[in-house]
Design a protein around this ligand. Structure first.
Ligand code: NAD
Length: 365
């Protein structure tokens, strides 16, 4: 059953990590390393069963292959999960034991933070392995990726406006922004700087008040965001908010935001097209975060990171070209772009390491 699943998803390697003394139960999944070493975060979650954990890591690692490929990075896809409650089960020993497993893969898998893990946990992982990104800035880490993600999302937005309306004048259009966290608030700031009309919502009242006071946004109740008469819906909170219940309420012409997994199902993605709404594929729009950590691999530089965010504009434009070329929805076109790139680079049969990211490990400080 396990090998059948791996066959369906196309994984290269799955590593089960166990250390009884440290209380570690983790799974590392390397999905694809054609473009380069597999990069993807480690998630800590109290999974109800080991099967749930396995399913999650297989799904997430495959997603990273697509995300990294569309982002144009010389990086493959991987992910890790630690089974445990982040509120109760964290310890130095646990993260160091995990770091030893990451190290044993010799750089085929490079880890980073994900849900349930913070930079302090990564410090322990870093004591055991150099194959880690998202460490403290004192070690050459890149710090909080959110401003980059927001700026990258703005580039994706411009390409999407251009496709839909024939111009990329952000200030000409109106926006409904859901979620004013690390990414959402910065995104609202960027919209405001360009003179846009902005509606905002969040379940935290103080964040809404800040967006109103600082950026002249108009506040909307959390559930009312779907009814706003705006040109663009920008989900920057949860996944699955474009679904059977919300979509019929949309007057939006464009969906473009930073949240992950915005479409509840593929069928909803098809319905979005039927309604004449242009959907900017989430993982292409929000790639700024992974681009930023990927830059740590050959020496982080903030200016280079900002320049790299601008490539998101071209990635989105390419996705829209593929959607037109093959008459497919944009969410499928993003996957196709990734698959075509992996297939083309795979055929080059580059000698190991050439043309790929060569991460020899972080220089220890
Ligand atoms: P965050 O936790 O800082 O912010 C999320 C915000 O959404 C919070 O303010 C929260 O109160 C609000 N929220 C939650 N439920 C809501 C609801 N029902 N209605 C309205 N608001 C609600 O997270 P973030 O780092 O800003 O990330 C936002 C999204 O972008 C997530 O989906 C994340 O996976 C994705 N993303 C983030 C990055 C990054 O660099 N931070 C990179 C890629 C993708």
């Amino acid at each position: 059953m396990l090998f059948e699943t791996l066959d369906t998803f196309g994984h290269e390697q799955v590593v089960f990590c166990h250390n009884k003394d440290a209380g570690l139960k983790a799974i590392i999944a390397i999905h694809n390393t054609v473009l380069g070493p597999a990069l993807g975060g480690t998630r800590m979650w109290p999974y109800e069963s080991e099967e749930d954990a396995l399913k999650d890591v297989l799904r997430l690692s495959r997603g990273m292959t697509y995300k990294n490929a569309v982002a144009g990075l010389n990086i493959g896809g991987g992910k890790a999960v630690i089974i445990g409650d982040p509120a109760k089960d964290k310890s130095e020993a646990l993260f160091r034991a995990f770091g030893q497993f990451v190290d044993s893969l010799g750089g085929r898998y490079i880890t980073a933070e994900d849900v349930g893990i913070d930079v302090n946990d990564m410090e322990f992982v870093y004591r055991e392995t150099q194959f880690v990104t998202g460490v403290h800035q004192i070690h050459g880490g890149s710090g909080d990726p959110s401003p980059f993600t927001a700026y990258g999302a703005l580039q994706g937005l411009m390409a999407t406006l251009n496709k839909k309306f024939g111009d990329e004048d952000v200030g000409k259009y109106s926006y409904a922004v859901q979620g004013l966290g690390h990414v959402g608030m910065e995104y609202v700031k960027l919209l405001k700087e360009r003179g846009a009309k902005i509606f905002v919502t969040d379940i935290h009242k103080d964040r809404v008040e800040k967006a109103v006071a600082d950026f002249g946004a108009e506040a909307v109740a959390p559930d009312a965001i779907y009814d706003v008469d705006a040109d663009v819906y920008s989900p920057c909170a949860l996944g699955g908010t474009v679904n059977e219940q919300t979509l019929p309420r949309f007057k939006f012409k464009v969906i473009c935001g930073a949240a992950n997994n915005q479409l509840s199902t593929d069928a909803i993605g098809d319905e979005v097209v039927r309604r004449g709404i242009l959907y900017a594929p989430d993982y292409a729009v929000n790639a700024g975060g992974v681009m930023n950590v990927a830059l740590e691999l050959d020496g982080y530089n903030r200016e280079r990171a900002m320049r790299m965010m601008r490539t998101i504009y071209h990635n989105l434009t390419r996705i829209y070209e593929i959607a037109d070329r093959d008459s497919i929805p944009t969410y499928k076109a993003a996957d196709r772009l990734a698959e075509e790139r992996i297939a083309a680079i795979g055929k080059l049969k580059l000698p190991m390491g050439r043309g790929q990211t060569r991460f020899q490990g972080r220089i220890r400080s």
